[in-house]
Design a protein around this ligand. Structure first.
Ligand SMILES: Cc1cc2nc3c(=O)[nH]c(=O)nc-3n(C[C@H](O)[C@H](O)[C@H](O)COP(=O)(O)OP(=O)(O)OC[C@H]3O[C@@H](n4cnc5c(N)ncnc54)[C@H](O)[C@@H]3O)c2cc1C
Length: 466
């Protein structure tokens, strides 16, 4: 149990604020974008520098207290209970190198900030469906980008990082310095250390075509079959996805669509208006769109492709990698979540993988593949519902139920950023291939033998601190 001397020692060792559960700042310091998750650490540290993170971890290690990290709380799949929570949101350093085509960011930077700084140089980073997400939490989870089929996972393009390991040491690592730790940090989530700074590649952006088509949910069977048949015609520069949406009566939903069950095709394409229109033509003809926003797009509007909520909301989600989108897979999905089903979920989404996502990234990590797994899968199935009364229980049961029912179509694995609530050890292990998992366990034994970093999507196999 912590006594006031302990808290004073932490406050003396750091420059950022330290808050206890009974202090007025505690709620704001621990608040998560996923408002269903309320963290209850023994103490929270608002780190202002990398040295604060190192001092916080060292302080916790001396007291054998577990340590968690949060930037935005977009990935707050489970609550932190006890221990030290380090908030990184004040770590806002940002440097763009337009010549080297790199960005260097502090651990609190969101993708929107990178985008606004890099776009004037004609460069973009590999963010996902919402630029409100934190760069570091997303990237250490692999990072499945909106342009993933063209460029691969975000973790494939990390150049270097600064990381605090469980002994409190601040290390700068890359493909040459502590190569195995570096390779594994790219995809192993927060299991092996807390990143304070990340350097990664940016990509030149030429013409960009993007947006979405919204169809009546009644045509879901037709549209999903057409989607499957259309995919082989697309180049890797095109990244589509499709979802069944039960849209709530909420502000982030465009007025005419509130309360409706619809199918949402999303499309991001690195090319001209003519090519984009021509690629999309078969999907425009398949049913009568209720809304069609696809066309030449300013990249600053990229969040309009998925239209993810930008305000904090309570939600529960989960995901699984699929082997195919064959007739049986589609039929089973529609029986569970199509029109006439009792599905209470906001979103049931299919993201095609393949292209550069399927190719292992050896270039930056020398001979060592990084920890991103699931490259052999054809699709990602992702489901999400609002975790609030009166539907919270039904949503939780449905998230689990739909993933269990779709298991015959799954590879048995998932991506850690889309895993949802971490379950038991076997469930958590589904986020990595067995080979990567064994490498992570070996690294955990060397870098975190006391299992200090043991919240969330944690790996086990090493003795826990008691
Ligand atoms: C609206 C929305 C859209 C999304 N779209 C995509 C998408 O398109 N592609 C995709 O891949 N993912 C996507 N995600 C998932 C998202 O990438 C993960 O939830 C990610 O963990 C969020 O990172 P964060 O830092 O913003 O969140 P946080 O909740 O702050 O962090 C989540 C976890 O990341 C790890 N982490 C955070 N900071 C650090 C650090 N400094 N060092 C080490 N570990 C750290 C920790 O394990 C932490 O628990 C989306 C999530 C939401 C809510």
């Amino acid at each position: 149990m912590l006594v006031s001397d302990d808290i004073q020692a932490l406050s003396r060792a750091v420059s950022g604020p330290v808050a206890l559960p009974d202090s007025p700042e505690f709620a704001a310091e621990t608040f998560a974008f996923n408002a269903a998750t309320v963290h209850r650490p023994d103490v929270v540290l608002g780190a202002e520098t990398a040295q604060d993170v190192a001092a916080g971890v060292k302080w916790a290690a001396e007291r054998r207290l577990p340590v968690a990290v949060q930037s935005t709380g977009h990935g707050a799949d489970s609550a932190v209970d006890g221990g030290l929570l380090i908030s990184t949101r004040r770590l806002q350093e940002l440097q763009i190198d337009p010549v080297e085509r790199t960005a260097r960011v502090g651990a609190g930077v969101k993708w929107r900030t990178v985008l606004e700084a890099s776009l004037p140089f004609g460069l973009v980073g590999l963010h996902g469906s919402s630029t409100d997400v934190g760069v570091v939490g997303y990237t250490v989870g692999g990072g499945l980008p909106i342009l993933g089929r063209a460029h691969g996972f975000a973790a494939d393009h990390v150049r270097s990082m600064e990381v605090v390991t469980a002994d409190g040491a601040l290390r700068r690592i890359d493909a040459g310095a502590e190569a195995e730790l570096f390779a594994l940090m790219c995809g192993s989530k927060g299991n092996l250390g807390i990143v304070t700074e990340l350097e990664f590649s940016l990509f030149p952006l030429g013409e960009f075509y993007g947006g979405g088509i919204i169809y009546p949910g009644a045509d879901a069977a037709l549209i999903l079959a057409a989607f499957r048949d259309w995919l082989p015609s697309l180049p890797d520069d095109a990244s589509p996805s499709i979802s069944l949406l039960r849209l709530p009566e909420m502000d982030f939903v465009p007025e005419p669509l509130r309360g409706q069950f619809v199918v949402h095709l999303r499309f991001a394409f690195l090319g001209s208006s003519e090519e984009g229109d021509s690629l999309l033509a078969p999907m425009r003809a398949v049913s009568r769109p209720l809304m069609d926003t696809a066309g030449p797009m300013s990249y600053l509007d990229v969040d309009q492709i998925h239209m993810d909520p930008s305000d904090p909301l309570p939600f529960m989600d989960g995901g699984a990698l699929l082997k195919d989108l064959g007739e049986e897979t589609v039929a089973d999905l529609l029986e569970l979540a199509g029109e006439g089903s009792d599905c209470p979920l906001l979103l049931v989404e299919i993201r095609p993988l393949g292209g550069a996502l399927a190719r292992a990234a050896l270039s930056r990590a020398g001979e060592l593949p990084n920890a991103v797994s699931g490259r052999d899968a054809a699709f990602l199935l992702f489901v999400l519902g609002f975790n609030m009364p009166p539907v919270a229980e039904a949503v939780a049961a449905f998230v689990r139920g739909i993933l269990a029912a779709m298991a015959p179509h799954s590879t048995g694995f998932t991506l850690v950023n889309f895993h949802g609530v971490p379950g038991d050890e076997a469930d958590r292990a589904r986020a990595w291939s067995p080979a990567v998992y064994e490498r992570m366990r070996a690294a955990k034994s060397s870098y975190d033998p006391g299992n200090l970093l043991r919240f969330g999507h944690t790996i086990t196999g090493v003795p826990s601190v008691t």
